[in-house]
Design a protein around this ligand. Structure first.
Ligand code: NAD
Length: 487
């Protein structure tokens, strides 16, 4: 693998490495602010070629019909990525600022294994289903359904968990028989280019089936989401961009799969172990500096225990602190960029304007370099405040009082988002009842972890449309055809 050593990542277009007609752009280490090197910078013409290659590979090759080849290629890809896991790990820590401990899970090792899981789903899938004989309008007919690939998939991804999100789109899309154009985020081009290089050199995936187009120009995402040759856009990112992707696809009635933002609630019921719950809430919001769409960022505690919960949570947040992502003990590394740090700081200023106070944190961490923000707990705001309603994407927790289970459910659901949540309480039936009333795609009870290759993940309301991972995630990339013959 050469990306990491010679710092010369390329595009992958039609089975060839390509330089990028727009020259090169820098990729940097968010923990040190040092430029790591450069990535190939695609233009609209490169994107056009990539879409054309994916279209031809779908229309003119056997890829979509050759299940054995697809299973073989995805198992190969998972194996090859695993063989390069240590290089990819160092690259990911450097380019994403991902804490090392997370690369042993959702930032790297888990998504690599998940590629093989999707091969397994495809291998065991019931591609045809016999509906039997019926006599519509007196004409006996045997009918069956056939599941087929949708066609060309445009995959557009963010920077926060690049391998997880890139591979959670590539794996099921390819397993289902589609061809793909992947446009990763401008902040993390190397993570995608490295996967492209391994895929090109070490797998039998045919030319044009996977194309990877790195660029510092967001307009290439817009181009991919509006091109008529693309059948399905699979997008992960902010709700604002998701709205643009949906609008861009509307004239062509393009299938659009969206994984968007969140403002998830961590509900502590009055029979919960308050210390344990507040400790977990603090740890969660600090993970990868709060740069996770499904992290719980509103902590709802019983009003009678509000002050105690503030003290416990602030203490836990101070205990986590920030650290070098390279250090295995670090939970809260840097934000991805100066732009993202500015955005988080603007929300901290807004919190004060709205009447909030900081029980801990509230500004930049004292470090010489890197885009670090202190773990922060905001008190004194209501759920109507912008800080409690909008996604901040930093290690920032808003603590809100509730007046019992019904009120907690009301506050949790009073959000434009519906991505995830948590419920803590000793009476399990009661906690389950609250979880059932929370309108989100995932809920963890008492620390239960919902993440997994077989576990569908996605959002209600403005957090998205569709599910990623699991059989449901695989089926997002399939069409259903019904065939009927005289019986
Ligand atoms: P973003 O929306 O700014 O960018 C995401 C991707 O979209 C990038 O590749 C970007 O280049 C591209 N893009 C930008 N403008 C576009 C346009 N007009 N048309 C098409 N593509 C365009 O998001 P981000 O800042 O990179 O990532 C952070 C956001 O992602 C947060 O809101 C977070 O909640 C969300 N996210 C959601 C999930 C999920 O699964 N629900 C997972 C991770 C991140």
């Amino acid at each position: 693998m050469s990306v990491w050593t010679d710092k010369a990542s390329t595009l992958l277009v039609d089975g060839e490495p390509a330089p990028g007609s727009g020259g090169r752009f820098d990729t940097a280490n968010p923990a040190t602010e040092e430029v790591l090197g450069t990535a190939a910078n695609a233009t609209a013409a490169d994107m056009d070629r990539a879409i054309g290659a994916a279209r031809r590979a779908f229309d003119e090759t056997e890829w979509s019909r050759d299940l054995d080849l697809r299973v073989h290629c995805l198992e190969q890809l998972s194996r090859s990525l695993r063989e390069h896991a240590d290089e990819l790990r160092e690259l990911t820590i450097a380019e994403v600022g991902a804490p090392r401990f997370l690369t042993h899970g959702a930032q790297l090792d888990a998504p690599i294994a998940d590629v093989a899981h999707f091969a397994g789903i495809a291998a065991g899938y019931e591609w045809t289903h016999d509906l039997g004989v019926a006599e519509p309008m007196g004409m006996p007919s045997r009918r069956w359904t056939r599941r087929e690939a949708v066609g060309v998939v445009g995959a557009i991804t963010p920077w926060n968990f690049p391998h997880q999100i890139n591979l959670a789109k590539l794996g099921p899309a390819l397993a289902a028989g589609n061809t793909v154009v992947l446009k990763p985020a401008p902040d993390t081009p190397w993570c995608a280019a490295a996967v492209g290089e391994i895929l090109l050199n070490e797998t039998d995936i045919p030319p044009g089936v996977v194309n990877i187009v790195t660029s510092d120009d967001h307009a290439l995402g817009a181009q991919l989401s509006s091109d008529d040759r693309v059948d399905l856009v699979s997008f992960t990112g902010s709700t604002a961009t998701g709205r643009a992707v949906m609008a861009a696809g509307a004239p062509g009635i393009k299938r659009t799969f969206l994984e968007l933002g969140g403002k998830s609630a961590f509900v502590v019921l009055d029979d919960a172990d308050l210390g344990a719950a507040c400790g977990l809430a603090a740890f969660t919001v600090c993970t990868h500096a709060g740069q996770g769409c499904a992290l719980t960022t509103r902590l709802l505690v019983p009003r009678a225990h509000y002050d105690e919960a503030v003290a416990l949570t602030a203490k836990a947040l101070r205990g986590v602190g920030v650290g070098d992502p390279d250090d295995p003990g670090t939970v809260c590394g840097p934000l991805i960029s100066a732009r993202q740090r500015d955005r988080v700081e603007s929300y901290l200023a807004l919190a004060e304007e709205e009447g909030g106070e900081f029980a801990c944190g509230g500004g930049r961490a004292e470090r010489d370099r890197g885009f670090f923000v202190e773990p922060t707990l905001i008190t004194g705001l209501s759920n109507e405040s912008r800080v409690a309603r909008e996604e901040i994407f930093g290690p920032v927790l808003v603590i809100l009082p509730h007046d019992g289970d019904d009120d907690a459910v009301r506050i949790a659901n009073d959000s434009p988002y519906g991505l995830s949540g948590a419920v803590h309480g000793q009476d399990l039936e009661r906690a389950r009842g609250v979880a059932a009333r929370i309108r989100t795609g995932t809920v963890g009870i008492n620390g239960g972890v919902w993440y997994g290759a077989d576990a569908p993940f996605g959002g209600y309301k403005q957090s998205g449309i569709g599910r990623e991972m699991g059989v449901a995630g695989f089926e997002e990339y399939l069409e259903t055809k019904l065939i009927a013959e005289p019986a």
